[in-house]
Design a protein around this ligand. Structure first.
Ligand code: SF4
Ligand code: SF4
Length: 105
């Protein structure tokens, strides 16, 4: 089945803020901010990353799909949602809310 690569969506609850997509993106158009927190589960406290900000600059993105393929939790996916046309270049940066909408969240 073919997949339309109109844009990319983010399923936030699946994202572990691992930064693999940031490192793998050849265009350096993914920007993530995160912090770490200690959670107590069982006997030992665990350190987890918590997502603060996630953005993709679609003015730079070449829709290669490396981020979608590299994400270990399938948090990134192809979206058939359109709407990436803009008059200003900076309007092509999609933040969390836009990316979540494209993922159908
Ligand atoms: S599709 Fe390619 S260029 Fe676009 S954000 Fe993903 S890895 Fe980067
Ligand atoms: S690779 Fe996937 S899980 Fe890791 S930060 Fe990117 S979207 Fe989140």
């Amino acid at each position: 089945m073919s997949v339309l690569r109109r844009s990319i969506g983010l399923v936030e609850q699946e994202c572990t803020s691992c930064l693999i997509c940031v490192r793998e993106c050849p265009c350096q158009c993914i920007d993530i901010e995160r912090h770490t927190e200690q959670v107590s589960e069982g006997r030992r406290p665990r350190t987890v990353h918590v997502l603060d900000a996630f953005a993709i600059d679609f003015a730079l993105c070449m829709f290669c799909g490396i981020c979608v393929d590299a994400c270990p939790t399938d948090a990134l996916l192809w979206s058939e949602t359109t709407g990436l046309a803009a008059q200003q270049r900076d309007q092509l940066v999609s933040g969390r809310a836009d990316l979540a909408l494209r993922a159908g969240d």
